[in-house]
Design a protein around this ligand. Structure first.
Ligand SMILES: N[C@@H](CCC(=O)N[C@@H](CS)C(=O)NCC(=O)O)C(=O)O
Length: 219
């Protein structure tokens, strides 16, 4: 069976865990030690350090194949189980979806995570700036969604990444405002999926057990 190293509150790890469930790919998951009350919460793991020079999760081991990076792993899953696609069908939509997913991973999520850093080093001006960034993130998603059910064309890796990014924003005190009606409906649509409900439900149980505020979640 494939093995994934992740963390109990890992955004990038959760992308992989949700994709594996969507594709019915059985995986064994091992969480690294994690200290929610530390600014550097991740513990070290020899296997992760050996495989990933960036010392980050997720890491996947499938027999002799060893991978790191959530998007690289998701592409491997796509090739393993193409019958349950997590990218859109047309070439242009696939390109759009890949670009938006990269933007969420590399631009939006790190900005959302600034809210976590500000818990350790409070700074009113930076907090206001981060709150404005999260507002722009929601606004951009609502505009991208338009009147579709999902962000590009059918449920895809983009919806997984965007859902997780908004969940982390909510965990960090900036939940999606009610005025984004289409996006709220999208959020409920995504969290009704058993894959999302299971993986995010486990993360929120972890938060609750650690006595951290838990955002609204229907799963
Ligand atoms: N681009 C990478 C980012 C991975 C990443 O930042 N993982 C975080 C957990 S969500 C991590 O391991 N952080 C620990 C560290 O950087 O020391 C991916 O998509 O997998």
């Amino acid at each position: 069976m494939m093995k994934v190293y992740s963390g109990p509150l890992s955004f990038y790890g959760a992308k992989v865990l949700i994709a594996a469930i969507e594709k019915d790919l059985p995986i064994e998951v091992e969480f690294l030690g994690f200290d929610l009350r530390s600014p550097t919460p991740y513990g070290r793991n020899d296997e992760v350090d050996r495989i990933n020079p960036k010392h980050q999760v997720p890491v996947l081991i499938d027999g002799p194949l060893e991978l790191f990076d959530s998007t690289v792993i998701a592409e491997y899953f796509e090739d393993l189980a193409p019958g349950k696609p997590l990218w859109p069908v047309t070439i242009r939509d696939r390109a759009r979806a890949r670009l938006l997913e990269m933007k969420i991973d590399e631009i939006w999520f790190p900005k959302i995570l600034r809210l976590r850093d500000l818990r350790w080093k409070p700074d009113a001006a930076e907090l206001a700036e981060s709150q404005a960034v999260v507002g722009a993130f929601y606004q951009g998603l609502e505009e991208t969604l338009g009147d579709r059910d999902f962000l590009v064309a059918g449920f895809s890796n983009v919806d997984i990444a965007a859902y997780l990014a908004q969940l982390f924003a909510a965990m960090l005190g900036e939940p999606m405002p009610a005025r984004f009606k289409a996006l709220q409906a999208w959020r409920r649509r995504v969290e009704a999926r058993p894959s999302v409900s299971k993986v995010c439900g486990d993360m929120l149980d972890y938060l609750a057990a650690a006595k951290f505020p838990v955002p609204q979640f229907a799963g």
